[in-house]
Design a protein around this ligand. Structure first.
Ligand code: XMP
Length: 517
């Protein structure tokens, strides 16, 4: 949606690799603008972006497979440097007359790489051997004419190659993942040294240009935004508010499944502090009534999603249905929703609750669709959003309903809300809140005997879930110090009525998920 025009651009063609999105991110970390495009984009269209360089991503296919994804062959003749990564290298070699074959031994994970030439791609790396991250079954066996080898591994004789004249480069390993030593330097060498990009792209530029773009798209119309208090929707809303002021209406729907004090805090920030136009709808009763007696997790999500759309649409009609709908979609969501139509779309199922149906009457504005979570956090700070919002843990659209196992009852809701508050508060006190991905309490219908007052009685079991994760796709249980767990447990049993036991969830994802429902 928001495109940077003035800055030098690196185009990444997406062949569906797990790390494709990371490449664009790494390029932006060099302060150069980067965009991920479908692998089959015609060369003429790519040229419209005026790229200073092109990167071909990795991908799951083998170049010899029927229907293996190929790029427009003209990509290699655009007179801009090209870097092929993994499948990208193999494809480049294959299309330019080299030979790719099955490796005798597949290489996965950390692999020692011997650097043979450090004059360009490996510039500044003064070690003969570094560890790189490999993930492949095929290798380049014979190089195309005019190519030479600049690094190798034990099982991969051409682990990095180049054609100096044509400024074509390829690496079999993944410089974009953190496990590759000097990976950032390798990307920077390509982007800054080889493509000669000027490192001018910064978050502040993003804001100015995004505002200009939003104004030119929305013109005199109005926009509406479902505000959740999460960092994505908040940042999108503040950015659009900066662009069009009170022609943006924010709708904050309380579905009765929010965290403790959440409605008050969100309103205080957006209405009082940021002076934004926020309509608050307390629809708790409607949601809770529909959830009565429902125990199946998917059914709960479905009901909440449907009801959310109903409430939101009603409010939109009441305010004269603005033409534009602002959404805080980020790049990983874009990939999940297959908008680049790349094979990467199949990797992750996504959580669409709170999303709008395809027949939505709105025109969609997604001002963050180029960014990743941590980039959004940077942007949020540049926009002056308070730290409570910037650092907030992700919170699922269906709220506490996915943290209550079985039926959502007022009692379980109270326990989940109060106990989660204690978990978060104790982590903040211990300085651990910002070090973990999510932290909350779970409650179900299981009960255990304890002493309530002076008597033995049955009470609820609360499960504390604290996980570390990079992106929510995989997660590990956080190794929280025993003293902190002890405080959490004591406080929950003392302060939350009806709880006798506290357990700590020590399952990672996979096989478990982060949320229990
Ligand atoms: P799971 O439970 O699948 O969660 O391991 C991965 C991440 O996604 C969040 N999550 C959701 N977010 N609607 C959302 O907006 C949902 O229905 C939903 N379910 C899970 C979860 O909190 C975690 O960060």
């Amino acid at each position: 949606m928001i495109e940077e025009q003035k800055h030098d651009t690196i185009v990444v063609l997406d062949f569906g690799g797990q790390y494709s999105h990371l490449i664009t991110r790494r390029v932006r970390e060099c302060n150069v603008y980067s965009e991920l495009l479908p692998y089959n984009m015609p060369a003429e269209k790519i040229l419209e972006k005026d790229p200073k360089g092109i990167i071909l991503s990795g991908g799951p296919a083998s170049v010899y497979e029927k229907d293996a994804p190929v790029c427009d062959p003209k990509v290699f003749d655009l007179k801009v440097p090209v870097l092929g990564i993994c499948y990208g290298l193999q494809l480049m070699a294959h299309m330019l007359g080299g030979k790719v074959s099955r490796a005798r031994k597949r290489e996965f994970g950390k692999t020692e790489l011997e650097i043979l030439d450090n004059s360009d791609l490996f510039f500044g790396i003064n070690r003969k051997k570094i560890f790189c991250w490999m993930s492949h079954s095929d290798i380049v066996e014979t190089l195309p004419q005019g190519f030479e080898t600049i690094a190798r591994t034990e099982n991969c004789p051409h682990a990095a190659v180049r054609s100096k004249d044509r400024k074509l480069f390829g690496v079999q390993f993944h410089p974009e993942v953190v496990h590759t030593e000097f990976g950032k330097q390798i990307i920077e060498n390509f982007v800054i040294r080889i493509c000669k990009c000027r490192p001018t792209w910064k978050m502040e530029n993003f804001v100015d240009e995004a505002i200009r773009k939003i104004r030119s798209v929305i013109k005199d119309d109005r926009a509406i935004c479902a505000l959740s208090g999460g960092v994505d929707s908040s940042t999108a809303a503040v950015l659009v508010h900066k662009a069009i002021g009170d022609r943006l209406v924010c709708v904050f729907i309380n579905h009765g499944l929010l965290r403790k004090n959440e409605p008050e805090e969100v309103l205080k920030i957006f209405r009082d502090k940021l002076k934004m136009n926020v309509i608050y709808v307390d629809a708790s009763e409607r949601f809770l009534k529909r959830l009565k007696g429902v125990t199946d997790p998917e059914e709960k999500r479905k009901i909440i999603g449907e009801e959310f759309i109903k409430v939101f649409t009603e409010v939109a009609e009441k305010v004269g249905r603005p033409k534009w709908l602002v959404q805080g979609t980020l790049y990983p969501d874009v990939i999940e929703s297959a908008r680049t139509e790349s094979p990467a779309s199949r990797i992750k199922t996504h959580h669409n609750v709170g999303g709008l149906p395809p027949w939505t009457p709105f025109k969609i504005l997604e001002p963050l669709r180029m960014l990743y979570k941590d980039e959004v956090r940077k942007l949020a700070r540049v926009l002056g959003l308070p730290e409570e919002i910037v650092k907030r843990h992700p919170f699922p659209g269906p709220g506490l309903a996915v943290r209550i196992i079985g039926e959502v009852t007022p009692e379980k809701l109270r326990i989940c809300r109060e106990a989660s508050y204690i978990v978060e508060e104790e982590l903040k006190k211990a300085g651990l809140y910002d070090k973990v991905w999510q932290a909350f309490a779970i409650v179900g219908d299981d009960k255990a005997v304890g002493i309530l007052g002076d008597q033995r009685a049955l009470g609820h079991i609360v499960i504390v879930r604290i996980v570390t994760s990079l992106d929510g796709m995989t997660a590990d249980w956080a190794r929280i110090p025993y003293e902190v767990l002890e405080r959490i447990s004591n406080r929950i049993t003392n302060e939350v009525e009806g709880v006798t036991w506290v357990a700590y969830a020590i399952s990672s994802k996979p096989p478990a998920t982060i949320e229990p429902c």
